[in-house]
Design a protein around this ligand. Sequence first.
Ligand SMILES: [Zn+2]
Length: 1203
Amino acid sequence: MAKEDTELRMGRPRSVRFNSLFSEDEFGEDQPSASPASGGSSWSDREPSLHLPVPDTFPGSSPGTLSDSMEDTSATSLLSPTIREGWLDKNPPQGSYIYQRRWVKLDPDYLRYFDSEKDTYSKRLIPVSSISRVSSVGDQKFEVVTNNRNFVFRAENDADRNEWIRTLQQIAEERKGKAAVRTSMSLATDSATEPADKSGFLELRGFKHKLFVVVAGDKVFLYKNAEDYRLGIGITYIEMNVGNVKEVDRRSFDLTTPYRIFSFSADSEQEKEEWVEAMQQSITEALSNSEVAERIWAVESNRFCADCGSHKPDWASINLCVVICKRCAGEHRGLGPGITKVRSLKMDRKVWTEELIELFQRFGNIMANQFWAANVPPSEAISPTSGSQERRRFLIAKYREGKYRHYHPLFGNQEELDRALCAAVTTSDLAETQALLFCGASVTCDTGDPQCPTPLALAERSGQRLQMEFLLHNKTSEPPRLEMVCSEEKPYSVHLPSITHNGFLYKTPSMVKPISERKGPEEFSRRWCTLQDGVLSYYENDRNTVPNGEIRVEEIVCLVNNPLHAHGIESTFEVYTEADRLYLFGLESPASAREWLKSIAKSFVHPCAEELLALDFERLGRLHYKGGLTLERAQEGWFALVGSTLHVCSEDGRRQEPLQLRKLQELSIQGDHEVLVLVERRRTLYIQGERKLDFLGWIHAIQKAASSSGDTLSEQQLTESDVPLLVDRCIDYITQCGLTSEGIYRKSGQNSKTTSLLEVLQRDARCVRLKEGEHHVDDVANTLKRFFRDLGDGLFTRRWAPNWLWATALEDEGAKVGEYRQLLAALPPVNRATLKALINHLFRVQCFSGENQMNTHNLAIVFGPTLFQTDGKDYKAGRVVEDLISHYVEIFNVNDQEMKKQQDEITAIMKMREASSSGTQQAGDFICTVYLEEKKTETEQHVKIPATMTAEELTFEILDRRKIVMKEKDYWSCFEVNEREEAERPLHYSEKVLPILHCLGTESYLVVKKQMSMENMLLYLASRVGDCKHGMMKFREERNLLGLGLSTGFHDRYFILNHSWLRLYKEVRSLRQRSPPLESSHKPEKEWPVRNLKVYLGVKKKLRPPTCWGFTVFYENEKHEKQQWYLCCDTQADLREWFATFLQVQNGGALWPSERPRARVARPQQDARLGNISLIPLRGNESEMRNSVAAFATDPLTLLRNV
Ligand SMILES: [Zn+2]
């Protein structure tokens, strides 16, 4: 530090001599005579006078920050500490006798030499792994022998020379030994080359010849040529944590470091962009949080991949506690999270808790391999150069089958294993825990200790943090199994197929932002592409051997098939990677593009989601999501979007029912584009955005797929029963607000309002709520008509419309109806469902023709030309509509049950009207919030309540959504909770929910939970004779309501509850003596008809009830006068008996369905149109409406027949 400062103060040299980097002695020396690459030619031109300029200032750097960055560098190099350094004379190049003085530095990775000890960039780097031998060659000299090149150095004295030889030998041996321990094989095939993110030739300013440049991880390496790269003998490397890349002109860019500017030029603009991008990526990687990695690497054994021995592995399996390389990590992922949980040391920052890091430091690769790799036959081990198939085979054997593991002596004895595990977790012996766990001990075994029922709890009590951490990460781990399971049965055992495909593709430079505009053909360059061994590589042309770039298939997260002509090349597709990059490829031929897509998809999609490959997907990829039972844990799933259908495969390989996006009830984005919520009738899916780029794409694609895509019926957003949402919304609204509106559908609304409403509905009907007061019924009615008139292909379809019109000519009514029925069956399902919904609606409209003046004939005049899209001159169109309404029941096969529902619905509407006129009606919302178990935001469910829905159906609906299965003695019920009265009432299973919803005060809500006392109540009722109950209870009236002047507080009263009355007596004694004639001889002080009582469990605390077993009773007489009073029992059993008796009397004996359906199957699948009437009251003359409905209600079928 001080030295640097001094230097800065003294002024650094304004330029650095060129030959400090590439001095003349590099050229021609050390070359094996047969090397084809050297050729003895002077690619360097010996230009000692050429200088690389040093910038006056570095971007954003003052002398202070410069020294900061120097510190950073030294911090990084802590990982590769210098083992030995010093001045040596280096053997002269061929033809010269003069030794050159060089500063030589040895670290665990490289032997490098420099012009001086102050230089940052070496003149030469020799990977330690490529050193095969070091020997003395006399005269204070020694020779470093690599695979095909020798380097001779001369020390100042024998002692120094011997020390160098000893150190070099030791390091080289250690390096071999380390890899050998891990892989149990020789390093004969070890590659000295760095795996490249990008490599190729670039001009470096001042040179006639290009250098071979390699971007690898967080470094950029410079080689003289491609052959040197292959051999691993480089010039120098640039640590990118201090790098900065700046584009200079069309083909040039600067890589600036505090020590030097490297000015590169590429062959083309495309090339340049690719290089800039690769180097920027490298900087990102260098600056990524390497703190975790460094701490974990501080332990020697963690510096090599536990599986293949690769250097500096930056991935880990957090449950197996091994540090692994990127390539092994890819294969680990294929084993599934039940075997190994793969995380990045640098990117998955959140997962690395202090405990986990400490666990890796204390445990790590050595301990893990002592167990997992105790017996690896050399023939089966892998090395850093092993191909992906070899790796996969080895890793399956190692971790999934446990083939090489060190068996615990207790193996096979489950009880003993579990007992030993419980003991081990209370000690610091992690190795023992590991051995037990992976030899079959159960992580969730019963410890027999009620205070600490699990090993995890035991570890916690013993203060064993690391044991806890280890157990936590292995909570869901599967123990290894030797017997190979058939791949068909166990999807995760299927090997990812090694797909091979190649050919020319057009490619643009990769991007970090979504593509917002069309790319012209000139933006694509033709590249030779190969898909092989899990790598998609692109080359300048098919003769090149070094790729311009590579994408590893395990890093692919999403694949998008663009529509034809989306860009300047006919067919294009996009590849998204884990690192949030987007690659755009193109092809002239759609057929070849499809082949590429299929090949890439096959190579990166996990076998568990194999079936998605058969789909003609627009978008395919993996995402994290929550849904169903596992709301607390996100799981990885594979998603494929095909048209408006989203296919999902979960990580355990189970295919879920595809989501029909056009039928979603809700589609919303939570947070800052973090979670996409999809609500279907029976389930909710939360898709999480882990990466920005591909997730944004998914959001847009899903939103698009969930909206209407055209002007035909089937392209609309649909309800569950296949009716366009737009139609449903309009019909709903007219039913709520317009049935009695005069001239409905005949009167024209305001043109501008109709136009804008239609537009809004067509854009996204899901988000539109039509509200009384905001929308006029005539505007809505016209919107519906306009929709049908403009409908592509028409409601009756162009193909079948003439047949419909022709059928009107049939004179025989029966024949005509038969013909209509056949024609109806010929319509596409959506048209059929829509026609039925519409005619049903019109049928109801004409039921109110007394008020609205729209009888069947009038409606037919309006709707005939609209539906057939004619000018109105052809009377036949109207005739069809008239026939359809008149013969509604026969043509649409409406059965009694459906008619009954209709009747209920109308009755409900009428009741609501009444309720509304009596002022207790809450306006508007017919979507109700129901809670599960307790009132919390997380347990909220929004349910649309049809008029016919019973409490039982609602209960099932809620349980279904949360995938809860009702077990035998789980008495799940729907409760009405009155918060203000601190009381609740379980709804009877057959009770209709809608009327309750109506009267629900603002401080009340519905909750679905188990009815704990049900079993005891059933037992009580079963054991009892008769249906009466007598007894004492403490009674209190709500004084202000009754005004009877009773003193406040509770008083003893005698009650009798029989099948019709609840009676209250003041005189207790006499009652007890003469019970049978009691009712005749004694007049009760009060009596109430039981059916008019509503009994709630619980009494307001404010009233200071004498016991905690009380209930609150509401009574409403014919004059709608309300009373409210409170009763308290002495025991819980007494309360239960009273309550059971109330329920029994009120419900004719049935407290619980004798045959409870196991699933919601029992709920009749209702036509959405019939069941979904809202709570919004109707307009119009009340008594007339009531008469009409009354007539309708008495015998709906008669009414229909008369139409
Ligand atoms: Zn590895």
